[in-house]
Design a binder for this molecule. Structure first.
Ligand SMILES: *Cc1c(COP(=O)(O)O)cnc(C)c1O
Length: 812
């Protein structure tokens, strides 16, 4: 939008003064933030309403992205930027004597997700709006987000995240669109008088699902989509049915907390309620909206695409069936046809323990009608597939097995597309983990490599680098990320390389100041900043990096005069509260930090910084300052990763195993511009097949590694008697599930190459430049374009069509 600074100032004052009975220069920072957020909302109100009306008028196909998690990050800067008025607002506020940075930083960062999966959903929201794809998010408005992490004596402590304390300026409560979700009770079928059956519900618990809508504003501000988050409330007309406050609390409890577990979880019953609550509210609301199109029900798949982000919302499938069967009175075959054509599913994991299952008894009791429908889907699957594929394949793919409902099986059988999130991951799904399904439904399987929005992760997080790029290659790359590769032409330009090094140094200076302010630790900004930020999980192998640090420390202790490249080891990671081993790794790393940060022999050679409370806002500060990006999971375990893409985009060099999207990063950037090490997926599977892995053998034959491991238990690092022992035993006694020991040597060797390269500033900057220039393909705009073209069949709308990114460029 176009807006003058004068107009903005006038509008801002008015916004402030109508909201708070006070003059604009007398408010708190929080009030200033709310006045600004409120102003943004008034600016977009017409366009938001118009977009919704346009979709109805033109009967446009709409995408609904169902996800139990969204990690949108702060919205203020992103919204102003996408609207094209960020600079205007900054200038206007400055003229009013207000500090934009302080205001922007006062916004809470909603922690409605755990990590990569939730952040992906939010990057996709940004890209859908920016490409003009009519695509909406469907999620839960958790009263409390993911816990706030603190360290006490190096141990993780979890505090509640009361993110709604001061309200949420971006949301609109749409009580008009509330729906009733039924759980519990009994269901039985009776003749409906027309030859069919209808369900009779008894003693159900009725929950009012109220949507809170948040605008999703596209870059250049033409398309405004909606993130709809549902909240559970007591239905007013039923208030007197609930006799106790306790019972009323049970209803609200459904949307009280996000489950703080990334890959496997418990707290089971409530979690299942949450999943059904999201699904039922979302699907009811979509079908209600569809009625406004005045089209026959058989056209539903032409106008609606429902996407299931991992299996958590897989009940979309039986819920859509329920409505089509019970309320719309369609036959099973017609309903099934519509459901399959409407739904699509993304798988996010290769870890078997993270594949979601629910006990039959639990589903029967909590969601009796869902159970009946799932059972019938399964019965028909077996009946139809047995003659075609035989008993073995049919049994292994059936939804109900050994008293458990397999949500991935339901998702695959009930949708027309299943995709993995990186090429390697999609191949492993097809060839290993879900091979039986791939044999039955080869046409359903496809790959959609993850992506990230460059707007948040470069334009906004790293303005100096953004300016450098634009000064050299013009602004075209901002809407057409493939153009970033033009930057490769500057590989030999000393001027550009020096400026790139300078930008990195500035970002590191800023981060160093932030580290000192928040941890009291002084770090040297000219040291190599070595960054590992991601959820804490054994398969991601933060403990491999810990052993690397110990190895360096022991070298220094052996020879305090040693010439060693100074490094700052930076970690950010939350562990699931119930994941003891992950918490023990945190404690061990913090204890190592305590020792090395305070040992005068070490000095600046090693500093260890473990940030508390890693999340989107912290990532935005750390990533622009990273020299090395640690992507060191055991090959074949990380589905894709997106942190790897954000860091590469900001000029970090990747230290990586050939896992997830690291493989594609290698393909684009070239092996010589990163540090590869470790076993390949084939080698890992080979070990699995012949069962010959012996970590004890490695321990006993590798003195250097043995020395680092022994430091965990011999008192070198104090205060980890228990944790050090647990870690040591898991790696030696219990044969090292993630092959940390096997990869140690090649990891250390790769780190040595990194040190050597870092001494050659120009060579390092060249590789950094090539990384930035090669990261265009990982724009989520491309990912979304492929989802829209190949899975959803959704068209971009309106003026934004011409803004569409160009077709995907092959690597050069
Ligand atoms: C990108 C991101 C992740 C995902 O990181 P991976 O390294 O891919 O696991 C997790 N958390 C936050 C806050 C992120 O921004």
């Amino acid at each position: 939008m176009s807006l003058s600074v004068e107009q903005f100032k006038k509008d801002y004052k008015k916004s402030f003064e109508t909201m708070f009975v006070n003059s604009y220069d007398e408010g708190s920072v929080d009030q200033q933030f709310h006045a600004l957020g409120n102003l943004v909302r008034t600016y977009i109100a017409d366009e938001w309403r118009n977009a919704r009306q346009h979709y109805i008028d033109k009967k446009v196909k709409q995408v609904y992205y169902f996800s139990m998690e969204f990690l949108p990050g702060r919205q203020l800067k992103s919204n102003l930027y996408n609207m094209g008025i960020l600079d205007t607002a900054k200038e206007g506020l400055e003229e009013l004597g207000l500090d934009f940075k302080t205001i922007a930083e006062s916004e809470v960062d909603p922690g409605l997700g755990n990590g990569g999966l939730g952040r992906l959903a939010s990057c996709f929201m940004d890209s859908m709006a920016s490409l003009g794809i009519p695509g909406h998010g469907s999620g839960i408005r958790y009263r409390y987000g993911l816990f706030q992490q603190k360290f006490i004596d190096g141990y993780q402590v979890e505090l509640p995240d009361n993110w709604l304390r001061n309200g949420n300026v971006w949301e609109v409560r749409n009580s008009n669109d509330a729906v009733i979700v039924r759980i519990g009770g009994n269901v039985w079928m009776r003749p409906d008088g027309t030859g069919g059956l209808e369900p009779v519900y008894e003693n159900t618990k009725n929950i009012l699902a109220v949507p809170y809508d948040i605008p999703s504003i596209g870059y250049n501000n033409v398309s405004i989509n909606t993130l709809r988050l549902w909240s559970a409330e007591l239905p007013p007309e039923e208030e007197d049915k609930y006799f106790s406050i306790e019972e009323a609390e049970k209803i609200k409890e459904i949307t009280e907390v996000l489950y703080p577990d990334d890959s496997n979880y418990e707290g089971r019953l409530l979690r299942l309620k949450q999943e059904y609550f999201l699904v039922s509210a979302g699907v009811q609301s979509i079908l209600r909206h569809y009625k406004k199109y005045n089209l026959p029900r058989k056209n539903i798949p032409d106008k609606i695409a429902i996407h299931i982000n991992d299996t958590h919302p897989a009940l979309v499938i039986p819920e859509l069936m329920r409505i089509l069967l019970d309320e719309e009175k369609l036959s099973w075959d017609k309903a099934w046809e519509i459901t399959k054509k409407t739904c699509s599913y993304t798988n996010h994991t290769l870890l078997r323990e993270a594949m979601e299952t629910w006990p039959v008894d639990m589903v029967k009791e909590l969601l009796p009608r869902m159970y009946q429908i799932i059972e019938e889907i399964n019965r028909r699957h077996i009946e139809k597939k047995t003659p075609l594929y035989g008993r073995r394949l049919t049994n292994s793919t059936s939804i109900i097995q050994n008293g458990q409902i397999h949500m991935a099986h339901l998702s695959i059988i009930g949708s027309h597309s299943i995709n993995g999130v990186a090429q390697l991951h999609s191949n492993l799904l097809k060839d290993e983990v879900l091979a039986d399904f791939a044999e039955m439904y080869p046409y359903k399987f496809n790959n959609k490599t993850n992506g990230i929005t460059q707007r948040r992760w470069l334009h906004l997080a790293n303005p100096e680098l953004t300016e450098l790029i634009t000064d050299n290659i013009g602004p075209e790359w901002k809407t057409n990320p493939a153009e970033l590769k033009v930057l490769k032409g500057y590989e030999k330009s000393d001027e550009v390389l020096e400026r790139l090094a300078e930008v990195k140094l500035h970002n590191k200076q800023r981060l160093a100041a932030y580290i000192q302010e928040h941890t009291g630790l002084k770090v040297d900004p000219t040291a190599l900043f070595d960054v590992q930020i991601k959820r804490l999980h054994a398969y991601k192998r933060q403990h491999l990096q810990a052993l690397h640090i110990l190895d360096r420390y022991l070298q220094i202790k052996e020879n305090p005069e040693i010439d060693m490249q100074p490094r700052v080891f930076i970690f950010g990671a939350k562990a699931a509260p119930s994941y003891l081993y992950a918490k023990q790794i945190i404690k061990v790393i913090n204890a190592i930090g305590e020792v090395v940060n305070n040992d005068p022999d070490v000095g600046d050679k090693i500093k260890v910084v473990f940030f508390e409370n890693y999340g989107v806002s912290l990532a935005e500060k750390i990533i622009p300052a990273a020299d090395i990006s640690e992507q060191i999971s055991l090959a074949g375990k990380e589905a894709s990763g997106t942190g790897n893409m954000k860091l590469m985009l900001n000029g970090a060099l990747t230290m990586a195993t050939l896992d997830g999207a690291n493989v594609e990063i290698r393909d684009y950037v070239g092996e010589e511009n990163m540090f590869l090490f470790g076993l390949t997926t084939e080698e890992v599977y080979e070990y699995y097949r012949n069962g010959t892995y012996s970590s004890r053998e490695i321990y006993e034959s590798n003195p250097r590694l043995k020395r680092a491991l022994d430091a965990l238990v011999d008192g070198t690092i104090p205060n980890i008697e228990e944790e050090g022992r647990v870690l040591f035993d898991s790696l030696i006694q219990y044969n090292d599930e993630y092959f940390v020991l096997k990869d140690f040597d090649s990891f250390i060797e790769a780190q040595k190459r990194a040190d050597e390269l870092y001494r050659d500033k120009k060579a390092w900057s060249q590789k950094s430049l090539i990384n930035i220039a090669s990261s265009g393909p990982f724009s989520a705009d491309y990912t979304i374009q492929r989802y829209a073209d190949e899975i959803w069949k959704a068209q971009p709308q309106g003026e934004l069509t011409e803004n569409r990114v160009h077709s995907f460029d092959e690597p050069i």
